[in-house]
Design a protein around this ligand. Sequence first.
Ligand SMILES: [Zn+2]
Length: 373
Amino acid sequence: MSEREYRICTRCIMDTSDSEIEFDQQGHCNHCNFYFAHTVKELPEPEVGAEQLERIVAQIKAEGEGKPYDCVIGLSGGVDSSFVALRVAELGLRPVAVHLDNSWDAEVAVRNIERIVRSLDLDLITHVVDWQEFRDIQRAFFKASVVDIEMITDHAITALVNDVARDHGLHWVVSGTNHATESIMPVTWTHRKSDLRNLKAIHRRFGERPMKTLPTMSMLEIQYAQRVRRFRSLSILNYAPYSRQGAIDALERDLGWQNYGGKHFESLFTRFYQAHYLPEKFGIDKRRAHFSAAICSGLKDRDEAIAELDAPVYPPRDLAHDRDYLLKKLGFTPAEWEAIMAAPPESHLDYPSDEAYIGAMLKVKALGRRVRS
Ligand SMILES: [Zn+2]
């Protein structure tokens, strides 16, 4: 990270740990400025949101008539996806649930999934990855020293959901992505999940086995799904004010669901990745971005968020235990691990990538939206 002076936004809590952050004259950063200039417009007033949602739900039901299901939902056992399952059931939709078992599920996540499926009487399709292959891809990303190792899982989930939708002739995925906790994320802290070319290139360079079974989706397949199969996504949590704590309360009350701590800690890998690997190697604390989004949404107090960040991301005993477990499972010796932690970060864009193509497509899409509105 550059040696420039430390500075934090005066409105949210994004700071110079984002190397590309910019501040205006009031000390507000580009992230919260974008939130209030653009994101906020995508969040309807409660009554309007309820009406819009009702219309879309009616459309999903109509398009699903005569089929065994009318939509697909991904289920990780985490807060957002579990709450989506609950909301979808309340709205009378008939989802098929999909879970990617990448072998890192925390026990509590597995129990949560079982409870949800039983309580809501859902059909669940679980795809278990070929662990030797998946491990080889994760090892390759560590060796490449790139930031977004979760891209592997995130890409595979999207591809899997698309496969299930295609196989059942469904047009809709109902997703838990939401502005309340996810609208702020520096571009340098992740990589575009759809960039299959990048995923394959990194694996080709550092992997030792062929990639044969991971669910994937090329740019062409994405275009085909969206344009020809009219596959669409409903971010259901954006239609009413969404609070993570409110969701946890409802899940515990209605489904006997169990909380597991930090955002995305339903996966043992993600817990270690977000709470140790990213902060130690890249100086990135993703809580900063999640909390900033919650502050902008009016769901979190800025001072409380700062105080919360001061608490260690990881209790030391858990960290030692998780590190031993992770190293053994991934097949790294302590010396290899030290070398990985010490290696300078590399950019995903140092490898072949579809970034330019994806960026251009998104610009065309945005232009189309502006022309229509
Ligand atoms: Zn800010």
